[in-house]
Design a protein around this ligand. Structure first.
Ligand SMILES: N[C@@H]1[C@@H](O)[C@H](O)[C@@H](COP(=O)(O)O)O[C@@H]1O
Length: 261
């Protein structure tokens, strides 16, 4: 696992967007796994700026969703499908058919989960999966004690996550869906490159447990330690509880340019 400490969220967004641009220059139809939440927004803004400046052609990129609420009406603005279309697909100038995600309004949720796992494999697998992290260490919506071998499935949100996400629902806890579909941790680990961005002191405990704690399902993001190509990008706040910061800064400062992220 590589840990990169950046000065702020904008720098993190720029660094990761450049890695995505490099991937698209190598593989124009790369399948990009995207995350929701506030943290990745600077990545999408930086990538969109690169596309508009003609630095990279994203016209053949494909976008895959990480997770979704269950039971929101189709087209609800806070559904993750609507969010990804608004924040990623449209700004990049892509059509909706470049996008794939699980159907959170399916009658048979389990079948929708299995269909999504199959669709990801049939699409050739995710090339680069962006991840945020919950204050409790969750990735996607894999809450603490999610199996590290889990596949895409339905989960129940913790009270902490419901409270954290209420800001997208007018601060009204009762509006936050209780159930979600999420790519499983085993599914996420199949992506070729995992890139987790965490910003702010509120994520410092979760980041420290992820990077320097044991691999344990109680900290779902710690499963990144099992992946051969995982990059954790953190700002100073999110890095503030790490012990090995000096080493992480040293390795990144001495990284060969050709190696990329
Ligand atoms: N399912 C999403 C996660 O994918 C995201 O990482 C997390 C953190 O969101 P934020 O970046 O807004 O803190 O929120 C939600 O729970």
């Amino acid at each position: 696992m590589e840990v990169v400490i950046v000065p702020d969220a904008k720098a993190g967004g720029e660094l990761i967007a450049e890695a995505m641009a490099q991937l698209l220059r190598r593989k124009p139809d790369a399948l990009l796994g995207v995350a929701t939440g506030s943290t990745p927004l600077p990545i999408y803004q930086a990538l969109t700026a690169k596309v508009r400046a003609g630095e990279v052609d994203a016209s053949r990129a494909r976008i895959a969703q990480l997770d979704e609420y269950v039971g929101l009406p189709t087209g609800h603005p806070e559904s993750y499908r609507a969010t990804v279309l608004r924040e990623v697909v449209e700004p990049l100038g892509l059509d909706a058919d470049a996008f794939m995600g699980p159907d959170g309004s399916a009658e048979d949720v389990q079948a929708a989960c299995e269909a999504y796992d199959r669709a990801l494999s049939e699409a050739g697998g995710v090339d680069l999966q962006l991840l945020g992290i919950g204050t409790d260490g969750h990735i996607g919506f894999n809450e603490p004690c999610s199996s590290i071998a889990s596949r895409t499935r339905i989960k129940t949100l913790t009270e902490q996550t419901i409270a954290d996400n209420a800001r997208f629902f007018d601060g009204d806890l009762s509006q936050v869906p209780r159930h979600v579909i999420t790519q499983g941790i085993g599914t996420i680990l199949e992506a070729r490159h995992l890139v987790l961005l965490a910003t702010g002191e509120g994520k410092a405990d979760a980041v420290a447990a992820t990077v320097e704690g044991p691999v344990a399902s109680v900290v779902p993001a710690s499963a990144l330690q099992l992946h051969p190509h995982a990059t954790v990008v953190v700002d100073e706040g999110a890095a503030s509880k790490l012990k090995l910061t000096q080493y992480f800064r040293h390795t990144f400062a001495n990284k060969p340019e050709w190696q990329g992220l």
